[in-house]
Design a protein around this ligand. Structure first.
Ligand code: DCT
Ligand code: MG
Length: 396
C-alpha cells in the first residue's frame, strides 16, 4: 500500500482475533521507521523524554550510569547510582554548585559525574557510556513494552542493533506483549501527564462502580506521590466483600472492553495465600490479582488536552495502566507497596528487617510469623515505630 493510505486497522483486527501478526508487525514497523510520520501521524517513532525537574539533568546523568551497570548485571554500583538518582530527583531545588550536595545522603563517591557536570557542563564517564554500543542498543530495545534486559541482550548478541533489524530478522518471534509494544511505541514511551492520570481515574472509577457500587479505588504509584508525569498510571481496586476481589478485575476488564477503552490486557489471577509468609526477595512480584493494560484515552476527556505533539491529529493516545486488586484486609499494605518509590520501598523493607527484625512486603508486615493487621498506612508506620511519611515525601 502507498505510505499515505496505510491503514493499521487490519493489524489491530488481526491482533484482536488472535491471528499471528509477526509478519504484519514487521512490515508496519519497517514502514514507520523508514518513513516516520508518513502514515497520517497515527504513531510516532521517536522517543521524547519529558523533563519534570531541573535537577533531573544531574539525576539523568546518574541514571545512565545505573542503567549501564544494570545491563551489565552488576548490582552494587547499579543500586548505588539508583539511590543517588532518587535523592537528586526528590530535591526541592536545582543543584547549582557543590555546596548544594553537601549533607545529602547516598551520593557518596558517586558525585563524580555531577561534579564534572557542574564544573565543565558535561561528564566524561556519562558521555562514554552514552556512546557505548551495547548500552545504546539495550536502552533502545528495553524501551519497547514487553522487552526486558534479557531479551534485549539476546537480540544484541545476535547482532541486531535497530528496530528494523529486529523486525526483519526471520528467526525472531515477537510475543503479543512485544507486538503491542511496537504498535503503540510512540504513545507508550511518551510521558503521561497528571491531567491524563486524572482522566483515567474517572474512567476506572466508572468502570469499577458499574460492577460494584461500593468499590474502593485508589490512585497509587508516582502520581500519588505528587509527580507531574509518569510512565504509567497505577490503581488499587477492591471491594469490602472479602473474596470478591479475586474475580473483580476480569469483570472490570470486560466493562472497559465494552466501553471501547481496552487496547491490550495482560491479566494475572491472584495466587495470594493468607498462610504464606512474605518473600525475602525485593524484586519478587506480589501475589494479588493484577492486570497490565493499555487503554485508549480520548482527547476530550483530558482537561487541557493530551500530552502529544501538535502534529498528532488522532484525538486519542494509548496509555499504560496497572490495576491491582488486594483483599480489603491487605489493602493498606498493597497501597504502601504500590505507592513506591521503588527505592523507598526497598529502604523501608530493609529498615523493617534490620532494625525491627520484621518482614515487610506488599502483602503484610510480620513479626516472626505473626501478621500485624493494619487498616491504614499510618498503622503500618506505627507498627514499625516510625513517624508517618506522606506519599510526597517518598520520592527518594
Ligand atoms: N511495584 C510493586 N510491584 C511491582 C511493580 C511495582 O510493588 N511488580 C511498586 C513499586 C513502585 C510502584 O509499585 C509503582 O510502580 P511504577 O509504576 O513502576 O513506578 P512509579 O513510581 O509509578 O513511576 P512511573 O512514574 O514511572 O510510573
Ligand atoms: Mg507508575
Amino acid at each position: 500500500p502507498s505510505m499515505h493510505v496505510l491503514d493499521i486497522s487490519w493489524f489491530t483486527d488481526s491482533m484482536r482475533e488472535g491471528r499471528p501478526v509477526a509478519v504484519e508487525t514487521r512490515y508496519l514497523i519497517q514502514v514507520c521507521v523508514s518513513h516516520p510520520g508518513s502514515h497520517g501521524g497515527s504513531t510516532r517513532w521517536h522517543y521524547e523524554p519529558i523533563r519534570t525537574h531541573m535537577s533531573d539533568r544531574h539525576a539523568d546523568a546518574l541514571e545512565v550510569l545505573a542503567e549501564y551497570y544494570e545491563f551489565k548485571e552488576i548490582e552494587g554500583p547499579c543500586l548505588a547510582f539508583r539511590r543517588a538518582t532518587s535523592v537528586l530527583k526528590s530535591l526541592p531545588f536545582v543543584v547549582q554548585c557543590l555546596r548544594d550536595l553537601r549533607d545529602l545522603p547516598c551520593l557518596g563517591e558517586h558525585t563524580k559525574a555531577i561534579m564534572e557536570i557542574l564544573e565543565y557542563g558535561r561528564s566524561f564517564e556519562v558521555e562514554q557510556t552514552l556512546s557505548d554500543e551495547r548500552y545504546q542498543t539495550l536502552k533502545l530495545f528495553t524501551s519497547v513494552f514487553g522487552v526486558g534486559p534479557k531479551t534485549a541482550d539476546k537480540w544484541y548478541r545476535q547482532g541486531l542493533r535497530s528496530f528494523s533489524d529486529v523486525l526483519t530478522e526471520p528467526g525472531i518471534h515477537l510475543n503479543r506483549m512485544q507486538q503491542t509494544g511496537f504498535l503503540h511505541y510512540g504513545d507508550i514511551s511518551r510521558a503521561v501527564s497528571k491531567a491524563e492520570a486524572r482522566a483515567l481515574g474517572s474512567i476506572i472509577d466508572e468502570a469499577v462502580r458499574a460492577i460494584t457500587p461500593d468499590a474502593i479505588i485508589a490512585l497509587t504509584g508516582g502520581f500519588r506521590r505528587g509527580k507531574e508525569f509518569g510512565h504509567d498510571v497505577d490503581f488499587l481496586v477492591t471491594t469490602p466483600e472479602l473474596g470478591r476481589e479475586r474475580s473483580l478485575l476480569p469483570d472490570v476488564i470486560d466493562e472497559l472492553k465494552k466501553k471501547g477503552f481496552l487496547l491490550y490486557c495482560d491479566y494475572h489471577a491472584s495466587t495470594f495465600d493468607m498462610a504464606r509468609l512474605p518473600s525475602f526477595s525485593f524484586e519478587a512480584m506480589d501475589h494479588f490479582a493484577k492486570c497490565f493494560l493499555i487503554l485508549r484515552l480520548e482527547e476530550g476527556k483530558v482537561e487541557g488536552g493530551l500530552n502529544s505533539s501538535e502534529k498528532d491529529s488522532r484525538g486519542w493516545r494509548a496509555v499504560r495502566v496497572d490495576l491491582v486488586s488486594p483483599p480489603l484486609d491487605r489493602y493498606a499494605y498493597a497501597l504502601l507497596g504500590w505507592t513506591g518509590s521503588r527505592m523507598f520501598e526497598r529502604d523501608l523493607r530493609r529498615f523493617a528487617r534490620l532494625e525491627r527484625r520484621m518482614l515487610l512486603d506488599n502483602h503484610g508486615l510480620y513479626d516472626k510469623t505473626k501478621f500485624l493487621a493494619a487498616t491504614t498506612e499510618k498503622d503500618i508506620f506505627a507498627h514499625l515505630g516510625l513517624e508517618y511519611i506522606e506519599p510526597w515525601q517518598r520520592n527518594a
